[in-house]
Design a protein around this ligand. Structure first.
Ligand code: AMP
Length: 310
């Protein structure tokens, strides 16, 4: 099985069970296998991850699984968009070799797993504070999918910066034999970060939601003046939009997620989360703090791919 040239779409093989996945995976034995893990409702952000993976790997596997373990009570699991036919069409267009599309019963045959991966202290802050247990659920399913797909590399979006950091830590701390690659956040032309959850937004919600990315870019524009100027500039944008209920706005160190002190110069993560209407949205921007600083696509020194725009 080889990956077709771009533009020559061919339906990927679809595996629903572990057995079907193992069989199809065995046929991808010649060359590097990359995996892109998704919860479905694919958009241009996901397609970009697939393209980056295709550029480097002989074979690309996409997983589509709405993981109940990472949703808390009262979160949006039941209304999360399910668009399998469209998702498969995108996988086809992007030349994906194999799609793993399991049900919760296939992933968790004994029900909720008693043994889980613990995200530790980095999983308890920011998103983890607002969504207790979320990252344990994420890392547990990521670990299982890495084992099941036996991927050589796995591609994740900078859009979910804390998730990306924790997956990197899990791979390192638990010796997963996989290369973790990050891809810059793909945005709508007006700056809104693409997300499957954007489909929940009404037209007026969407206008309100723009304040999140605007705040990040305003903060980045103040990067040469230091951390408090960055935070102030971002906050000024958010306070002008009272319909966005901000959960947090932080400027943190990219690997410890601790607030950076005023003297800090170097790379930092400017991250925001908030509720617009019924929708909780997150966004972030890597920022170089100090003279000549500003927004960056991705953190330097990660060996990752840049140019994530569609
Ligand atoms: P999800 O389906 O939301 O779990 O996302 C699956 C993968 O796509 C994760 O690695 C996300 O970080 C990534 N992703 C989602 N939205 C974007 C985006 N706008 N730009 C880049 N990557 C994204």
């Amino acid at each position: 099985m080889t990956t077709p040239a771009p533009g020559t779409s061919r339906a990927p093989r679809v595996a629903h069970t572990r057995h079907e996945l193992a069989q199809a995976r065995a046929e991808l034995s010649d060359g590097h296998v990359a995996v892109v893990m998704t919860m479905g409702a694919l958009h241009e952000g996901h397609a970009t991850l697939i393209r980056r993976a295709r550029e480097r790997a002989a074979h690309v596997v996409v997983t589509i699984f709405l993981n109940p373990l990472q949703f808390g009570a009262g979160e949006d699991l039941s209304r999360y968009p399910r668009t399998v036919d469209d998702d498969l069409a995108i996988c086809s267009r992007e030349g994906v070799d194999l799609v793993f599309l399991p049900t919760p019963d296939v992933m968790y045959p004994d029900g909720d797993p008693g043994v889980r991966v613990s995200a530790g202290p980095l999983g308890a802050v920011l998103e983890g504070q607002s969504r207790p247990g979320h990252f344990d659920g994420v890392l547990t399913v990521v670990g299982k999918l890495l084992h099941l797909t036996r991927a050589d590399s796995a591609y994740y979006g900078q859009k979910d910066a804390q998730q990306l950091l924790l997956i990197r830590r899990m791979a390192r701390d638990l010796d997963f034999p996989v290369q973790i690659v990050s891809v810059p956040t793909v945005r709508e032309p007006d700056g809104l970060a693409m997300s499957s959850r954007n489909t929940y937004l009404t037209t007026s919600d969407r206008q309100v939601a723009l304040c999140l990315s605007k705040a990040l870019y305003a903060g980045a524009d103040a990067a040469s003046e230091g951390p408090s100027a960055i935070r102030r500039a971002a906050r000024e944008v958010l306070v002008r939009e009272p319909l966005a209920l901000v959960d947090y706005l932080v400027l943190v160190h990219p690997s410890t997620l601790e607030d950076v002190p005023e003297w800090y110069r170097g790379e930092a993560l400017l991250a925001v989360a908030g509720r617009v209407g019924t929708t909780r949205l997150i966004d972030n921007l890597p920022v170089a703090v100090g003279p000549g600083g500003g927004a960056r696509e991705i953190f330097s020194g990660t060996g990752d791919v840049t140019g994530g725009g569609a």
